[in-house]
Design a binder for this molecule. Structure first.
Ligand code: PGA
Length: 245
């Protein structure tokens, strides 16, 4: 794992956007795996700036998002489809038909998950997967468990995640309890992984991910086994990494 400790959130976002921009410059038809949550918002903003300055182009990019709440329509302002449109896709030139997000209203969940995996395969696999990390160590919506869940699947969200995400909903009761998420194997198949974390409440989780035992109880710990992972943290999220840097 390559670990970059940025001074603050702004620098973290610059480092992350530079890594994604170099991926696009080296391979303009890259397949990107994208993430939602508060952490990547600054990275998306910097990428939008680079696009507006003519430095990068998304015309040939294909994007697959990690996850979506089950039960929310893409038009629902709390869905991840809406998040991606608002924070990223509406501001760049990626053709909308090349952006994939699990369908939160899919009538047949198993079929939706199967087709999502098939589309990733048909696109040639993910070149660069962007990840955030939950306080509980989840990546995508792969919650702590007794086993690693392999492929795209239906998830029962953890209480911890429901509470963490309640800030985007009018009340705790409105937070969906189910989601569709890429699995650990889907994520591990990406050629490169870029994980971002900001803030002191992520420090212990980041230290566990980097130094701890590889266990499905801290799903991100599996990334120790991936050959090309870059972790960009700000000082606060990197605080418990201590002297290993
Ligand atoms: P956050 O979420 O970026 O909003 O902290 C990260 C995650 O839950 O994966």
């Amino acid at each position: 794992m390559r670990i970059i400790v940025a001074n603050d959130y702004d620098q973290l976002s610059s480092r992350a956007s530079d890594i994604i921009a170099s991926q696009l410059i080296l391979k303009p038809n890259s397949v990107l795996g994208l993430a939602t949550g508060s952490t990547p918002i600054g990275t998306y903003a910097k990428l939008i700036g680079m696009f507006q300055d003519g430095k990068i182009d998304f015309a040939d990019v294909i994007a697959f998002n990690l996850d979506e709440y089950y039960g929310l329509a893409a038009q629902d302002h709390r869905s991840y489809a809406f998040f991606m449109a608002t924070h990223f896709f509406n501001h760049i030139n990626i053709p909308r038909e090349r952006t994939y997000i699990p369908n939160g209203l899919a009538p047949d969940i198993e079929e939706e998950c199967y087709q999502y995996e098939a589309k990733i395969r048909q696109a040639g696999g993910i070149d660069l997967q962007l990840l955030g990390i939950g306080h509980n160590g989840h990546i995508g919506f792969n919650e702590p468990d007794v086993k690693f869940e392999a492929l795209t699947h239906l998830v029962h969200l953890d209480e911890d995640t429901i509470h963490a995400n309640a800030r985007f909903f009018a009340s705790l009761d409105e937070v969906p309890r189910l989601a569709i998420s890429m699995g650990i194997k889907t994520i591990m198949h990406a050629r490169k992984i870029l994980l971002l974390a900001s803030g002191k409440e992520k420090a212990a989780t980041i230290a566990g991910m980097v130094h701890g035992k590889i266990t499905p109880e801290l799903p991100a710990s599996v990334l120790q086994l991936h050959p090309d992972v870059t972790v960009v943290v700000d000082k606060e999220a990197g605080a418990a990494l201590g002297s290993i840097r």
